[in-house]
Design a protein around this ligand. Structure first.
Ligand code: ARG
Length: 573
């Protein structure tokens, strides 16, 4: 990176600092108006017996003639350098090509822990389309925080406890035909539906169900064996979906896990007089905060969802010592989380503010676009399969000779779905449309994946090029004549690429993965314009080489962005 080296040399000659020290002190400012590189003068204040601002001004006066490449400006103790456009290109390219898969990563998080709870499906219930946003957004946030140097804990807070399991046991004992483990989730759901139909005619079933749930609460072996088989069936199926979505969890501690961990917090609520008795139940009055009372313990002594969440919050703090704890859950549960966080605050948990409900809007399906329906529920696996089938059709038309069509169709179909969720601000309700999501044009996942494949195909054309895939490491920018890139189409691509790292930080700050998706889209749009306007392969060597480097930097940035969002970046499409 010529300019940085020049600046370092110049600063070393004007100060007593070594080049290494200067290199570590030089920082990349957050805002473009603070220049491309910034040198803090505070270190020099003691030796020079001058204020940092005065030192910065003095250096700014002496530097320009020496450096010659960049303009220097003194601002409150900092010396800010502004590069020429060609240098901006050089710095950006060098950064992407040397950092490779780590381009956009940072140590911002300093190893501090963020808990990301997401997906949180319910056992023996459908894994349906409504779980897609939580799964996609949560997994993306998890990867984004990871990339920024946080330690992340991905938690699937399974809905695996409650009276419905008493009903499941009754239904299975009455109508079950084979071992539970031989069931599919759909069959289990059918048993559950049948239970509800029959219980309407025969209320005695509900008494049995209550009794079985009581036995579960007491740890009865028969009840627990059935329950654990239900869980196994559900998790086995769920994990197939998680694999397709590229999602993994560090913990599957669900509601059942907290069954024996609620008493301390129930006692504490009573001792601190935060809760009160109400007709045999225990509640927390939240009227001062304009919320309905929160039920903690029911009249029959049983606990509820909220009670388990209180215990879970304490457990996560004790276990992981998070600086942030995210709950990626639909906005339908806004009230629940406001109540939860308020009660934590009333309990004096200093970290209550670090808990964040990352809420999102609903996805509705365009009518008539999905034929396989079980009741009113749209299973996520059906949607994934349908997306992949459609992707396969499109590929069959567009690239009939493509090798490994099925594998490509899988990543494009799945990618289209993920992108459709991750390309918009979380809170918006969205109507899912096949036509839109699977289009290879427009602002879709396949379009981004296609742009990646296009970069790869350009790079493949020069087989002996150093930019051949996989490349990126150890490239000396001196070998690239960046002046070639000092023209609007190339600079637009570089600008979009340079904005990528900050988009990742902003995405974490706001818990909005779509900011990453938008940044990736901006790179694609700029690159495709460049691609149509400028020839890459077949130009004279200096031009060809510079444009190939730009193509590789584009490819790398798209690949990094897609990975954060959970999409595969195909090399051929
Ligand atoms: N299992 C719940 C559902 O499907 C979501 C759980 C949300 N997380 C929580 N900690 N309450 O509605």
């Amino acid at each position: 990176m010529s300019t940085k080296v020049e600046i370092t040399k110049a600063l070393a000659s004007l100060t007593e600092l070594s080049a290494e020290t200067i290199e570590t002190l030089l920082e990349t400012p957050k805002n473009a108006d603070q220049g491309d590189l910034s040198f803090p003068c505070f270190r020099l204040a003691k030796d020079w017996r001058k204020a940092p601002a005065a030192i910065a001004a003095e250096l700014a006066d002496k530097l320009p003639e020496i450096v010659g490449l960049a303009r220097a400006e003194a601002v409150s103790g900092y010396l800010n350098f502004f590069f020429g456009k060609a240098d901006f290109a050089a710095v950006t390219l060098a950064r992407v090509l040397s950092e490779g898969e780590r381009y956009g990563a940072s140590e911002l998080g300093g190893g501090k822990t963020v808990c990301v709870e997401f997906s949180s499906i319910n056992i023996a219930k459908p894994f349906h389309i409504g779980h897609l946003p939580s799964t996609a957004i949560g997994a993306a946030l998890n990867r984004i925080y990871d990339f920024l140097g946080y330690r992340t804990v991905a938690i699937n807070h399974l809905g695996d406890w409650g009276t419905q399991f008493g009903k499941m046991i009754v239904a299975y004992r009455l109508w079950g035909q084979k071992p539970v483990l031989d069931y599919t989730v759909r069959e289990l759901v059918a048993l559950y539906v049948r239970y509800h139909d029959e219980a309407e005619k025969d209320p005695a079933l509900d008494d049995q169900a209550r009794e079985w749930f009581c036995r579960m609460e007491q740890g009865d072996a028969e009840a627990m064996a059935l329950w654990s088989d239900f869980a196994e069936v559900s998790l086995t199926e769920a994990k197939l979906i998680y694999d397709r979505l590229g999602v993994a969890f560090d913990s599957y501690a669900g509601e059942s896990f907290y069954e024996d961990k609620m008493q301390p917090i129930i006692d504490e609520l009573r001792e601190k007089k935060i809760s009160k008795e109400d007709d045999g139940a225990v509640i927390v009055d939240l009227t001062p905060w304009d919320m309905p009372p929160a039920l903690i313990v029911k009249r029959d002594g049983s606990t509820i969802y909220l009670t388990r969440d209180l215990a879970a919050a304490d457990y996560r703090k004790a276990m992981y010592d998070f600086v942030r704890s995210l709950y990626v859950v639909a906005y339908q549960q806004d009230l629940h989380f406001r109540q939860l966080f308020k009660i934590l605050e009333l309990l004096g948990r200093s970290w209550a503010d670090d808990c964040v409900h990352v809420n999102f809007g609903m996805v509705s399906m365009e009518e008539g676009t999905l034929s396989t329906r079980s009741g009113n529920v749209v299973y996520l696996s059906d949607v994934l399969n349908a997306a992949v089938t459609k992707a396969r059709e499109i590929i069959g038309e567009k690239s009939p000779d493509l090798e490994g069509k099925d594998a490509v169709a899988e990543v494009i179909g799945v990618g289209a779905l993920l992108w459709s969720v991750l390309y918009h601000g979380r809170i918006k309700d969205t109507a899912f449309s096949w036509a839109k999501a699977l289009s290879f044009e427009g602002e879709t996942g396949p379009y981004v994946q296609y742009t990646h494949a296009r970069c790869c195909s350009v790079l493949r054309k020069i087989p002996d090029s150093r930019f051949q895939i996989p490349v990126g490491r150890g490239l000396a920018p001196a070998e690239i004549d960046v002046s070639v890139l000092d023209e609007p189409y190339s600079l637009a691509v570089i600008k979009a690429i340079a904005a990528f790292p900050q988009a990742i930080e902003a995405a974490a700050e706001k818990n909005e993965p779509y900011l990453v998706a938008r940044a990736v889209m901006a790179v694609c749009t700029a690159f495709n314009k460049f691609y149509y306007e400028r020839r890459i392969v077949g130009e004279e060597p200096a031009t060809q080489n510079a444009r190939l480097a730009l193509t590789e930097a584009t490819r790398q940035t798209i690949a990094n962005g897609l990975k954060l969002l959970g999409l595969v970046a195909p090399t051929r499409m």
